[in-house]
Design a protein around this ligand. Structure first.
Ligand SMILES: [Fe+2]
Length: 144
């Protein structure tokens, strides 16, 4: 049995962690252009200029999604959730419908064509071209 590690967040570090923000992450895609334009199109954002092997979407909050092509290995589906303005939610749903992309109320994709009402907001899930499970929601999860 391994020994119990010390508490990972002693009180002296808690204030420091509050200043750590996600800056960017790579999103794997077969075709970075296709996938980045898909998500940017749904969210109403722009695809940025290529940065080396990355094709970025600036989310406007200091976080960049860097689309990166992975061609020689299967792409593991990941989950990405986007907190979006309530007043833009309908337009996003409209663009999914215009693109012919099914959206669902639940993360397991059993309730097609419906949105959820979690935490007093609205939300929906949809797949991107590589099978990533994307979520849009107008209220953040209420966590314990
Ligand atoms: Fe989620």
């Amino acid at each position: 049995m391994p020994s119990t590690p010390p508490h990972p967040h002693p009180a002296s570090e808690q204030a420091a962690t509050a200043t750590v923000q996600l800056n960017h992450t790579a999103v794997y895609a077969r075709d970075r252009r296709r996938s980045a334009e898909f998500l940017a199109g749904v969210l109403g954002l722009a695809v940025g200029a290529p940065f080396g092997p990355f094709l970025p979407i600036d989310l406007g909050n200091g976080v960049t999604l860097d689309y990166y092509e992975l061609r020689d290995a299967p792409i593991q589906s990941q989950h990405y959730a986007f907190l979006v303005p309530e007043e833009r939610f309908d337009a996003m749903i409209g663009r999914l419908e215009a693109f012919g992309v099914t959206y669902y109320a639940d993360p397991r994709h059993t309730e097609p064509g419906a949105v959820n009402r979690l935490f007093g907001g609205r939300g929906a899930y949809f797949e991107d071209p590589d099978g990533h499970n994307m979520e849009i929601m107008t209220r953040p999860y209420v966590r314990p």
